[in-house]
Design a protein. Structure first.
Length: 325
């Protein structure tokens, strides 16, 4: 039985369109014009227990709106959703104790209090026994490397330390579903890796079902086998991350190493493919998938090749092309 099941979920926002200037403001008092925006448009998907799914899309695609509906913060315009057998926007107490939502650009910790006091407050809200609270906080702070920061005011923590504390706060009650909206936004590479490793380990050990949105493809590649892509509110792709390259990138990159590579004009090599890079010792060509083998043979015959390398196009380039469409 799926943990998350979404059918034809739609969310429309009605916004007031103000006319420019003072005259427009006065006119708007009597005759208002409204626009309707479909933030989420007829989206359907299912997520099984223990899955860690990447939720991708350009800015404004509807990712955060979808997560907020699954968390019960927003009511949909139409459609249905079930999370752990509950309808999220009915906000049953039993459901609220079984999920957590972490928004990378929103704080749930009290800004002017030490992190420990905010965590203790969360523990009281969820009715967590003191011994379990101490054990859980000890384990999580040790894993995330912030044990010595528990008594520091939240506003004095670095961005990375604050995000780690946000993760700890969301996991105190051991949720079965974790919704992560850009948890590594703005973090340095070291903090990003620490958070990624923690999420991967937590998913493997606790079998928590996780939906992760991120604009950093390193997060998605490191954590998610399956991705869901939405654009302009509509579902665009739902499948394995590895299938994206096969489906949307119809070329590969061939890099050859040879002496005096810079002396071979790009126009002479254009018949094989697009020259994307050329140095004194190497040439990189973008070649259609069905021509890779004959092009490699031709290059070996024509040039003094000392080494040849064939690679898939980087996944972030493929995703960027999808968004550009």
């Amino acid at each position: 039985m799926p943990v998350i099941e979404v059918h034809n979920l739609t969310k429309a926002f009605r916004t007031y369109k103000k006319q420019p200037g003072f005259a427009g403001a006065v006119k708007g008092l009597f005759h208002r014009q409204y626009e309707q925006t479909l933030a989420v448009n007829d989206v359907s998907f299912r997520i099984e227990p223990g899955e860690l799914v990447g939720f991708l899309g350009p800015n404004g695609a509807g990712k955060t709106t979808t997560l907020k509906m699954l968390a019960g913060l927003l009511y949909p315009t139409s459609g249905t959703a079930k999370v752990l057998g509950h309808t999220p926007w009915e906000r049953h107490d039993d459901y609220r104790r079984q999920f957590a939502l972490v928004l990378g650009q929103k704080n749930q910790l009290w800004w002017d209090l030490p992190a420990r006091e905010s965590l203790e407050l969360n523990a009281k809200i969820y009715g967590i026994p003191q011994d379990r609270f101490e054990r859980t906080v000890g384990e999580l702070t040790e894993l995330l490397g912030v044990k010595e920061k528990l008594d520091v005011n939240v506003r004095e923590l670095s961005l990375g330390e604050r995000m780690k504390m946000e993760l700890i706060a969301s996991l105190l009650h051991q949720p079965k579903v974790l919704l992560l909206d850009e948890p590594t936004i703005g973090l340095d590479v070291t903090s990003q890796k620490t958070v990624r490793d923690f999420i991967r380990g937590h998913n493997a050990q606790q079998k928590t079902t996780i939906i992760l949105t991120s604009h950093y493809m390193a997060d998605i590649q490191a954590l998610c086998e399956r991705v869901i892509i939405i654009d302009h509110g509509k579902l665009f792709f739902d499948g394995k991350l590895s299938e994206i390259v096969d489906r949307f990138a119809d070329f590969k990159l061939i890099t050859i190493q040879c002496e005096n590579a810079d002396k071979h004009p790009a126009e002479n090599l254009a018949r094989y493919g697009e020259v994307t890079e050329k140095t004194a010792t190497a040439i990189t060509l973008k070649v259609k998938r069905d021509r890779v083998i004959p092009v490699c043979k031709a290059l070996l015959d024509e040039l003094p090749v000392t080494d040849i390398d064939i690679q898939e196009v980087p996944i972030e380039d493929v995703i960027r092309q999808i968004f550009a469409r």
